[in-house]
Design a protein around this ligand. Structure first.
Ligand SMILES: Cc1cc2nc3c(=O)[nH]c(=O)nc-3n(C[C@H](O)[C@H](O)[C@H](O)COP(=O)(O)O)c2cc1C
Length: 333
């Protein structure tokens, strides 16, 4: 079971016989804890301690749900006799426990806790849980995860248009980047983007079209050309053409995926479109919107002095107040 992968889907019934599925928790964290048997001492303590902290977990957008092989009536008795407020599910065939790896060698339940995030990815797990201090430990992990998930994405922060790039990028990586790009939304799902990945001889031909300030991009193992035309996307009233907008979103996905994979991805408009279009056999009626150079981080000393300074400079952004207003357009025109 890998962390950060989609948690297995499940359909189980609770102590009232109601069907509960993973999808019911969309937008909330789910703490799914497996315990061997209702009404036994360790399982009672764990359930009572989770019950006592229920409100604290809810304040962090989390629901705590216990799972055991017990049937519905045993769960009801457990809840009533021990004043539990956590929801309990019945997994009589231990199918869900097995999918999550919460079974021991003999097929019994391994006391285990799984933290599933707001979009169904498994983010943390602990097997062979000791009840002492466990609930506090889960709360601590959840607090940190909640704070991290509510911050601006670390991938967005890490992404920079860097110039010191080089190394090699495989075809598999190129395909992965475009798979990520193609997950972008688009008007009526028109998907107007076309990516031409220049490698080998085609890449050398593209070099001839790079403007002087973009000579650094010649060290990139791949340069993507983003190509489209207005007719490939929605053309709506009052000059609303969406092809460039949608290509921009796809390009952003590509850059974020590259960053996540430890690569630099640098968009460029500084090129001679006639030269690059010819180099890549792009039809005359298509627009070459941008190039994106992708490569591995390389030695900064290969750049000229000015670019070395830019490479080390802090990121500049306008103040939030000059790009965001509430309820009316409140900017200088
Ligand atoms: C459409 C577009 C065109 C760009 N053209 C170039 C370019 O030709 N050369 C270059 O060095 N950087 C280019 N950039 C990169 C921007 O200068 C860079 O994204 C901006 O300074 C913000 O820095 P950051 O991306 O590191 O946050 C371009 C970016 C975009 C989105």
């Amino acid at each position: 079971m890998k962390l950060f992968h989609a948690a297995p889907r499940f359909e189980l019934t609770d102590s009232d016989g109601e069907l509960v599925t993973l999808d019911d928790f969309a937008g909330r964290y789910l703490i799914l804890y497996f315990y061997p048997k209702a009404n036994t001492s360790g399982c009672t303590r764990e359930a009572q301690e989770f019950s006592a902290r229920r409100r604290d977990f809810e304040r962090l957008d989390a629901q705590v749900v216990g799972v055991s092989p017990d049937g519905q009536s045993a769960l009801q008795r457990f809840i009533d006799s021990k004043d539990l407020t956590v929801r309990l599910l019945s997994d009589p065939s231990k199918e869900v426990a097995e999918k999550l790896g919460a079974l021991n060698d003999k097929g019994g339940i391994l006391r285990s806790t799984f933290l599933i995030d707001r979009w169904g990815a498994l983010r943390w797990q602990l097997k062979r849980v000791k009840v002492d201090g466990h609930v506090e430990q889960v709360y601590e992990v959840l607090s940190q995860l909640h704070a991290a998930d509510n911050a601006v994405s670390p991938i967005m922060k890490a992404r920079r248009a860097r110039r010191a790039l080089g190394g090699k990028v495989s075809r598999a990586t190129i395909k992965r980047l475009v798979q990520a790009a193609a997950l972008a939304p688009s008007c009526f799902n028109m998907q107007p983007w076309r990516f031409v990945a220049a490698t080998g001889d085609a890449l050398l031909a593209v070099h001839a079209g790079l403007k002087g300030g973009n000579a650094w991009a010649k060290a990139a193992p791949v340069i993507f050309a983003i190509v489209s035309r207005p007719e490939l996307d929605c053309q709506l009233s009052m000059d609303r053409e969406y092809w460039m907008f949608d290509c921009g979103m796809a390009a952003m996905n590509l850059q974020l995926q590259a960053t996540q994979m430890g690569l630099y991805a640098h968009p460029m408009a500084g090129f001679d479109p006639a030269v690059v279009k010819k180099a890549l056999a792009i039809p005359a009626d298509h627009v070459l919107i941008a190039l994106v150079a992708v490569g591995r981080p390389a030695d900064v000393s290969a750049l000229d002095a000015e670019q070395q300074k830019m490479e080390r400079a802090r990121r500049e952004r306008k103040a939030l107040g000059s790009v965001l207003s509430f309820d009316r357009f409140d900017f200088e025109t």
